[in-house]
Design a protein around this ligand. Structure first.
Ligand SMILES: Cc1ncc(COP(=O)(O)O)c(C=O)c1O
Length: 407
């Protein structure tokens, strides 16, 4: 039986009233005011219950198109049970960084399970996909190095590049000739690194992985990819787009998350055993941060087992997504070049994205508005994230609502 969450403590509503900020922090109110004026203020909604086809936000129930729970595992009781069992056996907190004494049996099993699943020698866990990207890039590159990064890469890749202090050249989204020019001009660099999302989180587009691995090979570059939104969804074993593209030997580092299709939390990097062992000496978020609770690792291992045992979920999801995208484009809704389960409807300004999201909410759908800095100025959008949990009638109803609003 799914368990109900605790009701919030009534005394929490009696938090201290806001006081004027001290002089040294007065600028914060001015900055908040300009965030509001630009239509970029973000509320934090309180979710009740679990992730699922529907979601309770601030006391209202919506059909949920705003989570990364692509396979419906985030609320699956089989993950909760695996987590409870590990928490009872291994305790809740990991208590230390993995380097010291926080690397529990559950983490060890998960790292080995990921390596087998991806068919690589080894993997290394981080407490988030964000930490996996920032720590790995900052370890790989320094001021003597050159990084070529796709313009639509995730913030965690951007921040990893900044942390590294390497020279960073941004190439236009999926533009291979610009990438070749960058690499050709980076001849003096100690290391050349290409870094890209495989499935881009805002556009729903897919990186040309076979071409990228060919370019990396010709230029003697390291190819690092972030499979955050592809893990669990693509490939015969569900391990991601590298597997689907059949170019594993040309990809040197694969980052993934446990927090999206796998329904758990955390991130990993996978590749050659020596590379992973070297990261244990150099990846600061692994060395200096407490390991995530063993219960989380046990839930993620269970999710990988389910991905292997239930391939129909990803097949159905991708089939539904293809049908849904063509339904929208047939009715002239602009979904850009989306080609997966992430489908953006570009509106332009923050206000137009908010207006569309509010309209869809009034019709019972949670489809979040995405605004700068998550997307470039002028490219605000509402983003529908499809899940295996959505039924064809759910999808048809949302498509109808979008079509009516857009025309
Ligand atoms: C492409 C990409 N990489 C990395 C991350 C970070 O993953 P996590 O949520 O596990 O920190 C995200 C999260 O949205 C993402 O979209």
């Amino acid at each position: 039986m799914p368990c109900r969450s605790d009701t919030p403590d009534a005394s929490l509503s009696k938090n201290r009233p806001a006081e004027p900020l001290p002089e040294s922090l007065a600028w914060i109110e001015r900055e908040l005011e300009s965030i509001r004026a630009a239509g970029l203020e973000r509320p934090t909604r309180v979710r009740s219950g679990r992730q699922g086809a529907t979601v309770g936000l601030d006391g209202h129930t919506f059909l949920n198109f705003g989570s990364n729970d692509y396979l419906g595992y985030a609320g699956d009781v089989r993950l909760s049970k695996a987590a409870s069992k590990a928490a009872c056996a291994q305790g809740f907190g990991a208590g230390a960084s993995p380097l010291v004494s926080g690397h529990c049996e559950a983490h060890d099993v998960l790292e080995k399970t990921i390596a087998q699943w991806l068919d690589v020698e080894a993997s290394l866990l981080f407490t988030s996909g964000f930490a996996a990207n920032t720590a790995t890039i900052a370890a790989l590159a320094g001021p003597e190095d050159s990084i070529a990064s796709d313009a639509r890469n995730h913030a965690s890749i951007i921040d990893g590049c900044r942390l590294s202090q390497a020279r960073v050249d941004i190439y236009p989204h999926r533009d291979l000739s610009s990438l070749e020019n960058i690499l050709a001009a980076a001849g003096g660099a100690r290391r050349k690194i290409i870094v890209t999302d495989t499935l881009f989180s805002m556009d729903g587009t897919i990186a040309p992985l076979a071409d990228l691995s060919d370019i990396a090979r010709r230029h003697g570059a390291i190819l690092m990819v972030d499979e955050a939104h592809a893990t669990g969804v693509f490939g015969t074993r569900g391990s991601g787009l590298v597997e689907q593209a059949g170019c594993a030997s040309g990809v040197h580092l694969r980052v993934g998350t446990l927090s999206k299709a796998l329904g758990a939390s955390g991130g990993f990097v996978a590749g050659h055993a020596s590379l992973i062992h070297w990261l244990r000496h150099t990846a600061r978020a692994w060395i200096f941060s407490t390991a995530h609770p063993p219960a989380v690792a046990a839930a993620a291992t269970q999710a990988i087992r389910l991905v292997n045992a239930e391939p129909d979920r990803r097949h159905q999801l991708l089939e539904n997504a293809a049908e849904w995208r063509s339904r929208l484009t047939r009715t002239s809704v602009d979904i850009g070049s989306a080609e997966a389960q992430i489908v953006p409807i570009v509106t332009g300004t923050p206000a137009s994205a908010l207006a569309m999201a509010a309209h869809l909410a009034s019709e019972g759908f949670f489809v979040p508005a995405i605004r700068p800095p998550s997307v470039p100025p002028g490219k605000s959008l509402v983003r529908a994230s499809l899940s295996w949990l959505h039924t064809p009638p759910d999808l048809a109803r949302l498509a109808d609502a979008i079509r009516k609003y857009s025309h």
